[in-house]
Design a protein around this ligand. Structure first.
Ligand code: HGY
Ligand code: MN
Ligand code: MN
Length: 412
């Protein structure tokens, strides 16, 4: 079958969606269940219904559009999609490109009057970005891997409990936990996404076929020392928590760069107490995030980075404590899907290359219940999670046509 997506329709969808949640920093701030997100949800529901697909939501607010297949409603579904939520001051294509491409594929199949063997679904998952409780709230709800205790007692990025954020929406912790019971059996899941890194752009290749998705480990940590007057306590007598953090940050980065090249470590958030210019920092709270594509490297990084923190604490007469906030395992994409995507890309005449995803994605979570794969398209200048995030429309068209070809093959 030689059917193709309609780029101008996808472009119009993304431009319209890109106006929902505009912030003062010329980016998009559309965290799940915010006013902007609720507006985007309404927009997506309308587009799904206009496309003649059957709309549904589950208890976690995950949104779906369905096109029935000849094998009937109980058959396994071939699913494609991503997420509509964004990081604060993010870009307009992270997640949205995958939802728009999946919607366009199903719209095209329906318009062509094709009756495939298996049903197709477009999916948009709640809170991929982790503004609520850990990353991937929606896709974790879908696969049934959520922790009730965390949902009830965890604190969201807004400093408020989840139940607070949910008030005023049709969802509760109970409906979120019940979402997996509503999930259909899935034959395969494919997510189109911007690469968010420089690999495809550097090689000048329009399509990436993801072979691995890095695991991520995220802890909230603290060094504890002793406050004092910045003008009277001699340097050699201080127990300065900020210096502990600074020392750890440099040693941890050097360690990962030299002993685990290709893995990542980031301290993205730090709070110094009491935070006065004339007080020696008594406490430094900070986020510690590390990522790698190998499970054994993730285990080594956890052990070694905590050892470094302990060594810094004892050298500086500080206390160190940390707690796990969230973690995902590295994911290796099954050969059968890599072969489908590579075969269809060859048939379409698209140059492609294997890419490891440094970013986490819903596909990684869906892999708990089905085979999941990803199609990457280039991120000009490798920019993402920032207002400058962009894509080239001709690359999106290639990626979406590859997605369409893969869906037709998997559902036939
Ligand atoms: O953190 C991640 O990699 C994803 O963007 N949530
Ligand atoms: Mn994303
Ligand atoms: Mn993201």
């Amino acid at each position: 079958m030689n059917i193709r997506v309609n780029l101008s329709r996808m472009k119009a969808d993304l431009e319209e969606l890109g106006r929902i949640g505009r912030d003062s920093g010329d980016g998009l701030t559309r965290p799940s269940f915010s006013r902007a997100d609720l507006e985007a949800r309404t927009w997506l529901k309308g587009r799904i219904e206009e496309a003649g697909l059957t709309y549904r939501e589950d208890g976690a607010g995950n949104q779906f559009g369905r096109l029935e297949g000849a094998a009937g409603p109980a058959a396994k579904v071939v699913m494609a999609g991503s997420h509509l939520d964004t990081v604060p001051n993010g870009g307009m294509f992270d997640g949205a490109a995958g939802v728009a491409a999946a919607l366009e594929c199903l719209r095209t199949v329906r318009e062509e009057g094709l009756r495939l063997r298996l049903p197709l679904e477009v999916a948009s998952f709640t809170d991929e970005e982790g503004n609520l409780i850990g990353d991937f709230l929606g896709s974790r709800a879908f696969v049934g891997s959520l922790n009730r205790d965390l949902l009830e007692h965890g604190t969201t990025a807004f400093g408020r409990p989840l139940a607070d954020i949910l008030s005023g929406t049709p969802y509760t912790i109970e409906t979120i936990l019940a979402a997996s019971g509503q999930a259909p059996a899935v034959e395969a899941f494919i997510e189109l996404h911007i690469e968010q890194g420089p690999a495809l752009e550097t090689e000048g290749i329009p399509v990436g076929i993801v072979d691995n998705i890095n695991g991520k480990h995220y802890r909230w940590c603290a060094f504890e020392g002793e406050s004092g007057h910045s003008g009277t306590v001699p340097l050699e007598l201080r127990r300065d928590a900020f210096l502990g953090l600074a020392d750890f940050a440099l040693r941890a980065t050097r360690h990962v760069a030299t002993r685990h090249y290709g893995s990542f470590v980031t301290i993205g958030k730090a709070l110094v107490h009491p935070g006065a210019f004339s007080s020696i920092p008594r406490r430094a709270d900070f986020s510690l995030e590390f990522r790698s594509s190998a499970p054994e490297t993730m285990a080594a990084l956890e052990r070694e980075l905590l050892e470094i923190a302990g060594a810094v604490a004892s050298a500086r007469r500080l206390k160190f404590a940390s707690r796990l906030m969230d973690k995902t395992e590295p994911y290796h994409v099954p050969e059968r899907l890599v072969e489908v995507l590579a075969g269809e890309a060859d048939r379409l005449g698209f140059a492609h290359m294997p890419v490891t995803s440094g970013a986490g994605h819903d596909a990684q979570i869906l892999s708990a219940v089905t085979d999941a794969a990803m199609i990457f398209i280039p991120s000009p200048d490798g920019i993402s999670h920032a207002p400058g995030e962009s894509l080239r429309w001709e690359d999106l068209e290639k990626g979406a046509n590859l997605l369409l070809a893969a869906l037709l093959r998997l559902a036939s």
